[in-house]
Write a protein that binds this ligand. Structure first.
Ligand code: A2P
Length: 352
């Protein structure tokens, strides 16, 4: 297959098509007019035989299998780390490029970890797999990178307020069911999370390391360092689940080696691609998950001088975890590959 026909006729598979991110991927491929020739919807055997609509047609969901990757150029995977580990190599061997939303490959040195607004050039180096960063990492990087370009950030301290959507479609449903149960005076069922999330919050439920940081917090540390190409960047995070259905928020403290004017930071963020400055100081109106839900931009505001440190700023953000935190970023990577002609595993030409 020639490169020109590849870029205008791309065979795409969504692995995890029935999930929260998979659903958003399908919507985005449609609404952004991704140059798609054929779309395959892959999920677990539980979903085989279901149909989902795409561009006015009902498409059958298939159970993932080796043969499912035949004639596929691009896989958008969002079915969890173990599913990605099980199938990514097969997809690449069959000639596809995999954009993987799980944490399975993010820190592998040969796998680019890409946010198109931050490090698009990294995508050029892929060897078949490109990793989509963790959602809280993407949202934080979108707000910090424009400032870091002017004055390198020395230290980041973040606290997150993460919605149920980060744990998938079932977890979002569970929060609604929990809320109904609590309002009826019943015990809330807890399956996706270790504790009830409705009318509650708890530190992120990922495994803890011996220093007391959970996996989600360490993703923010290690992935930001990789994306920024700043291996020594000092970062500390506290990740918290809150009873919000969709869209994460973050309180971020940034330390520079000399003061950055608040007005300068606002100007940079107001002009940063993919970021929207949302501040009405009179009305005390700032980014909220309810406003960020379903939007492409990361909403950033409440930018102020840190009273406790002359070279530090405080800011607040909300961003749609399923969109920019996951599906949108993956589709933007796919669009970048097409635009730059980087979707070109050499095996595709001979194996088709
Ligand atoms: P299924 O619906 O058949 O379980 P979410 O993150 O919203 O929970 O979605 C997870 C997605 O990953 C779903 O599409 C789910 O499919 C899919 N998935 C989960 N486990 C597997 C598996 N072992 N093989 C393929 N797809 C899987």
């Amino acid at each position: 297959m020639e490169e020109t026909s590849l870029s205008s006729q791309i065979n795409v598979a969504i692995l995890g098509a029935t999930g929260a991110v998979g659903t958003e991927l399908r919507d985005l491929l449609q609404s952004r007019n991704f140059p798609i020739a054929n779309l395959k919807l892959l999920a677990s055997p539980r979903s085989a035989g279901r149909t989902l609509s795409f561009q006015g047609e009902e498409l059958l969901v298939e159970a993932v299998s080796e043969n499912a990757f035949n004639n596929v150029d691009l896989v958008l995977a969002s079915a969890g780390g173990s599913t990605s580990k099980a199938w990514a190599a097969t997809a690449v061997e069959k000639g596809a490029v995999v954009i993987d939303n799980s944490s399975a490959f993010r820190l592998e040195p040969q796998v680019p970890l890409v946010i198109p607004e931050v490090n698009p050039e990294a995508a050029a180096t892929h060897q078949g797999i490109i990793a989509n960063p963790n959602c809280t990492t993407i949202l934080m990087a979108m707000a910090v990178w424009p400032l870091h370009q002017l004055q390198p950030v020395q230290r980041i301290v973040a606290a997150t307020y993460q919605s149920a959507s980060g744990a998938g479609a079932r977890a979002m449903e569970e929060v609604k069911i929990q809320a109904q149960a609590i309002l009826q005076g019943e015990d809330p069922p807890t399956e996706s999370f270790p504790y009830p999330l409705a009318f509650n919050l708890f530190p992120h439920n990922s495994p803890l390391n011996e220093q007391g940081y959970c996996e989600e917090e360490m993703k923010m540390v290690n992935e930001t360092r990789k994306i920024f190409r700043a291996p020594q960047l000092r970062i500390s995070a506290t990740c918290v689940r809150v009873p919000v259905l969709r869209a994460h928020s973050e309180a971020i403290n940034l330390e520079f080696n000399e003061p950055m004017l608040v007005a300068k930071a606002k100007e940079l963020l107001a002009n940063a691609p993919g970021v929207r400055l949302v501040e009405d100081w009179q009305a005390n109106y700032f980014p909220m998950p309810i406003d960020a839900s379903g939007r492409d931009e990361v909403l950033v505001g409440r930018i102020r001088q840190d009273l406790s440190h002359p070279s530090s700023l405080e800011l607040w953000l909300s961003g749609d975890q399923i969109r920019k935190g996951a599906a949108l970023n993956a589709v933007q990577i796919a669009e970048l590959l097409v635009a730059k002609n980087w979707l070109k595993p050499p095996a595709v030409a001979v194996s088709h």
